[in-house]
Design a protein around this ligand. Structure first.
Ligand code: TRP
Length: 450
């Protein structure tokens, strides 16, 4: 089987790839800004609880569906369906996830393109290309289109090489690089005035807001986006895991790494915001709201880097390189979802499928770039606030209600023969059956109504 289908060659390889998918702009940009605008440490606590108690069980549901099916999301979901209606439902959920992953990539590539151009800007300054540097630093249609396309091309190049030589190899290189840059940046920011105040805001909770429904909705959405759930990505990554591996612990590692990096990114971004404030950059309005939630990364941080003189150029470069790397290990997972489906369903060569789908997604991206004001936010809302939670919920329904319990147990026992005696097996099936669907559904309803 693995000669025809790709398979991760090692445990480490899978963990890096899945963590690479999970760790992205959502962790380094999304999480810290959401934390800063939702009451600091209270959000952090809600996020931690929801990530481990709702997102981890949902992640396990997707990984086990994929590993059992050993195929793309549609085929894997069909494999656990017994009746005709279930198979239709399987197609809807699997294909819906694949579409969702494609649309997520189409807006993600735009943001990642901004990161790429921001990475090149300090380089242009250092070598004296001041006009180029200015062009790279200013929003323009041409720049946005160009860098979106470059980013998609990078993603295509990696995915066209397949699982082991593409996804795994590059995740193993890029993820450690990301950690290194992250820690180096934190070490630097901590030496600056204002950093400690930022740490306090991040780590000392204001418990009064912790049960605020809006905060919970944001935290759950963030956890789902961060673990790449509901888009068939984790089903397909699960299908590349060997049956000799213990899935329960692999899933736990991925969740831990994802949450850990979000937490660490908070240690960088939130203190950096206060450092910027200490240097005279305005970050909070008079009422205490974060001024530029969306533009934080492109206004507050660059202002901070500018204030540092020459060192700022190098730090700015490192920061945006970090963002670009994180985005790339995530975007490859988004492209893999439609590519794996096309390759297996239509017996197309991987290389052809990758370029074809990559080109389609690039087209959608360009349409969005040309209509940033009207489409950008809309696509983000539909994919991440509506489709992701709903599809994630459906995957839980599949595992909890459609899949026969005995067959499910057998699938999890592979690589973990005594799992039926563990706490995991006592809690998780019941959890995916009742708790996850209800909790996700409630949060979803609330976000629809508000
Ligand atoms: N998890 C990534 C992040 O936090 C984004 C991501 C990668 C993603 N693959 C995905 C989101 C699939 C949704 C679906 O940035």
């Amino acid at each position: 089987m693995s000669a025809v289908r790709g398979e991760f060659s090692s445990r480490f390889g899978f963990i890096m790839a899945a963590a690479g998918s999970a760790v992205g702009l959502g962790n380094i940009w999304g999480f810290p800004t959401q934390t800063a605008s939702n009451g600091g440490a209270a959000f952090l606590i809600a996020y931690l609880v929801l990530a481990f108690f709702l997102a981890y069980p949902a992640l396990m549901a997707e990984l086990i569906i994929g590993r059992h099916g050993q195929a793309n999301a549609v085929t894997s979901l069909k494999k656990i369906s017994a009746h005709k209606w279930q198979k239709h439902f399987a197609f809807m959920v699997g294909f819906g996830g694949i579409l969702c992953a494609g649309f997520i990539l189409s807006f993600y590539a735009i943001v990642a393109g901004w990161m790429l151009s921001a990475t090149l800007e300090p380089i242009a300054s250092v070598v004296g290309l001041n006009q180029t540097a200015t062009w790279l630093g200013e929003q323009s249609l041409i720049r946005n289109v160009l860098f979106t396309l470059i980013f998609i091309a990078l993603t295509i190049l990696i995915i066209s090489r397949g699982v082991e030589n593409g996804i795994e190899k590059w995740s193993k290189r890029l993820m450690p690089a990301l950690l290194l840059i992250l820690f180096a940046l934190i070490a630097y920011v901590m030496t600056q005035d204002g950093a400690i105040e930022g740490l306090q805001a991040y780590l000392i909770p204001d418990f009064s807001s912790i049960l605020d429904a809006n905060l919970l909705v944001s935290a759950l959405g963030q956890a789902f986006f961060s673990l790449s759930l509901g888009t068939s990505v984790m089903i397909i990554y699960g299908s590349y895991i060997s049956k000799k591996e213990n899935l329960v612990s692999l899933g736990a590692y991925v969740t831990l790494i994802d949450v850990f990096i979000a937490f660490v990114a908070g240690l960088l971004i939130i203190p950096a915001m206060y450092v910027a404030q200490a240097q005279g950059v305005e970050i909070f309005s008079a009422t205490g709201e974060l001024l530029s939630e969306d533009t934080l990364v492109f206004q507050v941080l660059p202002a901070l880097f500018d204030g540092m003189g020459n060192a700022g150029l190098y730090i700015g470069f490192a920061f945006f390189a970090l963002m670009s790397i994180a985005a790339l290990t995530s975007s490859i997972s988004m492209l893999e979802a439609p590519v794996s489906y096309t390759v297996e369903r239509f017996s197309v060569k991987r290389l052809h499928a990758t370029w074809l789908i990559g080109a389609l997604i690039a087209l959608v991206s360009v349409v969005i770039v040309c209509n940033l004001g009207s489409l950008f936010g809309l696509v983000i809302t539909i994919t991440t606030k509506i489709a992701q939670p709903l599809l994630g919920l459906m995957c839980c329904l599949f595992v909890g209600w459609i899949w026969y319990r005995s067959s499910l147990l057998k699938a999890i026992q592979q690589g973990n023969p005594s799992v039926h005696n563990t706490l995991f097996w006592k809690i998780w099936p019941w959890y995916t059956k009742f708790v996850c669907p209800c909790a996700i559904g409630l949060v979803f309803l609330h976000s629809l109504l508000s």
